[in-house]
Write a protein that binds this ligand. Structure first.
Ligand code: MRU
Length: 355
């Protein structure tokens, strides 16, 4: 697959034309405002990740890779060892911006690995290597999303209803996306699929991002509140659930947007196949089970005040606001990856994927 500069520039995360900063579409402003942010300082890069201006596990990985390159441009030290140390420190700060999606630390590690592998190289050459690695991470994601979309499309037929949760489309990745990829590829190929998009409380990625992406792409999309998934399934409108993932543990348990595990439990009840779709970079074999995945806790104001003209709870009311939950692998029909579709037993078959 040939990937051009234009292909990269069309993605939600890319380098600016002069190659000196990372440009993103600010996902917090969608769907009403298409605002672009140009970032190159470490605090701004971290703030973009924390505020979800850039979000979705693969997109965060691509962003971190470009971010590391852009940070390297500002490093004035000409001693390669000092240059490496400075970037390792900044990489640690960037990695800590969000803990659950493995792609963030994976991409930072991969960028630092380039520096370790070329210890003798002078600083200008190291910068070139970092740029090449960031572009490679981006291009691989485009290729992986394309393959995931092909595999996912093989699991459904024209006219099927797909229920999705959160946003795992192009905004969260590169071309096509993961969970939304089969739908967009199907659209291209004349295989129509209907999508039910959970609004995804509390940050509404399903409403603000998924329904926006699909509507723009001319896909038959119906927005539902999270608590309507059961009736939609009971009505017989859903033939498969496709969701993304932020980290897949070695036993197949996986973290994804809060509410995903509830959808999986409902799907089991109604006998509907439930799939997570993600690139190999989201599989973390060093993490034995879902219990070992650190779950990000977010600001209670996202629940109480963020979307309302007036607060929806007294200021003193306690809130519990985990950004993700873990879906038990026993609820999962298969994991759709760029390397193929993985069926149970996941502890055995995920290992085979990397052997
Ligand atoms: O908090 P978010 O919006 O970054 O959560 C995103 C998800 O849970 C996605 O489903 C996941 O990152 C996969 S995106 C291809």
């Amino acid at each position: 697959m040939i990937i051009t500069e234009q292909d990269r520039a069309a993605c939600s995360v890319h380098l600016t034309e002069d190659g000196r900063a990372v440009e993103i579409i600010d996902q917090t402003r969608l769907p009403n405002h298409e605002v672009y942010l140009t970032l190159k300082e470490l605090p701004d890069l971290c703030a973009a990740i924390k505020s979800l201006a850039v979000r979705g596990a693969p997109a965060i990985g691509i962003f971190a890779a470009y971010g590391m390159y852009v940070l390297s441009l500002a490093e004035t030290d000409t001693d390669p060892a000092a240059f490496r140390r400075a970037l390792a420190e900044k990489g640690a700060v960037l990695s800590a911006a969000r803990p659950t999606a493995v792609n963030l630390s994976w991409a930072v590690k991969r960028m630092l690995g380039v520096l370790q592998a070329h210890e003798a190289a002078p600083v200008p050459a190291l910068r070139d290597l970092l740029k090449a690695e960031a572009i490679a991470i981006h291009d691989e994601d485009i290729q992986m999303c394309t393959r995931i979309s092909e595999y996912g499309l093989s699991l459904v037929k024209a006219g099927d209803g797909i229920l999705t949760h959160c946003n795992a489309g192009p905004l969260a990745t590169s071309r096509y996306g993961t969970a939304i990829g089969p739908v967009l590829l199907g659209k291209e190929r004349g295989i129509p699929l209907k999508v039910f998009s959970d609004e995804t409380r509390p940050l509404l990625q399903g409403a603000r991002l998924t329904s926006y992406e699909l509507q723009r792409a001319g896909v038959d999309v119906t927005l539902i509140c999270d608590n309507m998934a059961s009736i939609v399934m009971k009505n017989g409108w859903v033939q498969a659930c496709f969701v993304g993932c932020d980290r897949v543990a070695a036993n197949g348990d996986f973290a994804n947007k809060i509410g995903t595990s509830g959808v999986a439990i409902l799907a089991k009840h109604y006998g509907i196949p439930f799939y997570t779709l993600g690139p190999a970079s989201t599989i973390d074999l060093s993490c034995p089970t879902g219990a070992d995945i650190r779950i990000e806790q977010r600001d209670p104001e996202e629940i109480k005040t963020m979307w309302y003209r007036e607060p929806m709870a007294l200021p003193e009311v306690k809130c519990y606001n985990p950004a993700f939950d873990v879906t038990d692998h026993r609820l999962l029909t298969a994991i759709v990856t760029d390397r193929g579709i993985v069926y149970p037993p996941f502890d055995v078959n995920l290992k085979k994927l990397f052997s």
